[in-house]
Design a protein around this ligand. Structure first.
Ligand SMILES: [Zn+2]
Length: 186
């Protein structure tokens, strides 16, 4: 449901109103009070730039080499405060990816596997297109993100554990080379 609302928001809301729709602030993060130190890295606490850059590069390299090559490097907003998280509408989520527009990371998501998880969502949109990626079943989109990010948690909260298991079974059958071609039929 949230995905549908976001899609409707992205497609229908006039540009001037976007800044009031929290997740869409990812497109123009400066309006939400964060500083962008380059095209891909924005933070509310710039003293943590090095730590953020390290997480970013590690995840980019990991996803590129073990999931699929990323065409356009995503912009990532690293939030150190809850106020920052809430200004992007993260709610209780650890991270959020809006199409290929950008990624927002909450204070608790400054971990390699969370960063990889969101970059995998970015890659899904690059490979499948925004409409297809958002309409694909969650066992595929979330299952892939949890599984291929090598999330170390032995047991995820449901329904994500179920999604991860279902994706693993599907992936074992189609193989890495055919994953995007097969995903188009889901
Ligand atoms: Zn996810």
């Amino acid at each position: 449901m949230l995905k549908r609302l976001l899609l409707i928001g992205l497609l229908c809301v006039p540009v001037a109103a976007w800044a009031f729709f929290k997740p869409v602030r990812i497109i123009a993060p400066e309006l939400a009070g964060v500083s962008c130190i380059n095209d891909t890295l924005c933070l509310d606490d710039v003293s943590r730039s090095q730590e953020a850059a390290k997480l970013y590069e590690e995840a980019l390299h990991f996803v590129d080499s073990s999931v699929g090559s990323i065409e356009h490097k995503p912009r990532v907003i690293f939030c150190s405060s809850d106020a920052c998280s809430q200004s992007f509408g993260l709610g209780r989520r650890a991270g959020m990816t809006i199409g290929t527009f950008g990624i927002a990371i909450s204070p608790r998501a400054w971990k390699p596997y969370y960063m990889r998880h969101e970059m995998i969502h970015h890659l899904q949109t690059e490979r499948l297109g925004i409409i297809k990626a958002w309409n694909d079943p969650e066992w595929f989109t979330e299952g892939m993100a949890y599984s291929l990010s090598e999330d170390p948690r032995a047991q995820l909260s449901e329904p994500f554990e179920k999604y991860r298991t279902q994706f693993k079974g599907w992936y074992a059958g189609v193989g890495k080379e055919r994953v995007w071609a097969e995903a188009r039929y889901l």
